[in-house]
Design a protein around this ligand. Structure first.
Ligand code: 13P
Length: 251
């Protein structure tokens, strides 16, 4: 059995005051979801606060990205060892916002996946197609290409040490959620593709769904056989909504 993982990607949101309030609510609410692994990924600058406030709570924290390098003259970047230094256990790699706004290639994302593992972090690899790609019926091709870049660099066994998040770009922040069937189709495709190479990895790896997930649609999505939790953007900024999604995953 794969334990559900519900991860909040706060993106570039928050203030010291709002982070305090959000974490207070999460600390309280997490008591109601013992079966779910709960994770928050704040902007770097709030990570020390998060580490302080979550001390002793069954909630992990992680980065939204990491540098390819461990240290050195890389202005503005934050490395895997630095994240580990502040208690992070996960890091998101290849989010579509980084792939598009920062022009990160499949190869760079794969290298970040490797850098995360090298630092002792669990990478959450985001994959997903744009609306145009879906309309051209190339969803599977796109997702396979994104996954294969990691498999080629790291191997299937290393991929199995991470988490995959399927995030259709057209569903991110748009309020347009993939239907549970649409999501399950792609999740099933991903698991099937991995099974051709290593059935144990395919069985074990968690595949999260991300894209306008909220308390009202989470249960149906996470109820699908190959959807093992969520990577939540907007709804992770309100404790009530985030915990509501965790509760849906707890059933
Ligand atoms: P939304 O939940 O705001 O659509 O964002 C999803 C996402 O990009 C999480 O990484």
């Amino acid at each position: 059995m794969r334990q559900p993982l519900v991860a909040g990607n706060w993106k570039m949101n928050g203030s010291r005051a709002s982070v305090f309030e959000l974490l207070t609510g999460i600390r309280e609410g997490v008591k109601t979801v013992p079966g779910v692994e709960v994770l928050v990924c704040p902007p770097y600058i709030y990570i020390p606060e998060v580490q302080g406030q979550l001390h002793g709570a069954p909630v992990s924290w992680g980065g939204q990205d990491l540098s390819l390098q461990e240290s050195g003259a890389y202005t503005g970047e934050v490395s895997g060892p630095m994240l580990v230094d502040f208690g992070c256990s996960y890091v998101i790699v290849g989010h579509s916002e980084r792939r598009s706004y920062h022009v990160e290639s499949d190869e760079q994302v794969a290298a970040k996946f490797a850098a995360a593992l090298q630092s002792g972090l669990t990478p959450i690899l985001c994959v997903g197609e744009t609306l145009e790609q879906r309309e051209q019926n190339t969803t599977e091709e796109v997702v396979a290409r994104q996954l294969n870049a990691v498999i080629e660099l790291c191997g299937i066994a290393m991929l199995g040490m991470g988490v995959i998040a399927y995030e259709p770009v057209w569903a991110i922040g748009t309020g347009k959620t993939a239907t549970p069937e649409q999501a399950q189709d792609v999740h099933g495709f991903i698991r099937g593709m991995l099974a051709q190479q290593d059935s144990a990895v395919a069985e074990k790896i968690r595949i999260l769904y991300g894209g306008s997930m909220k308390p009202s649609n989470a249960a149906e999505l996470i109820g699908k056989p190959d959807i093992d939790g969520g990577l939540i953007g907007g709804a992770s900024l309100k404790a009530e909504d985030f915990i509501g999604i965790c509760q849906a995953a707890n059933n």
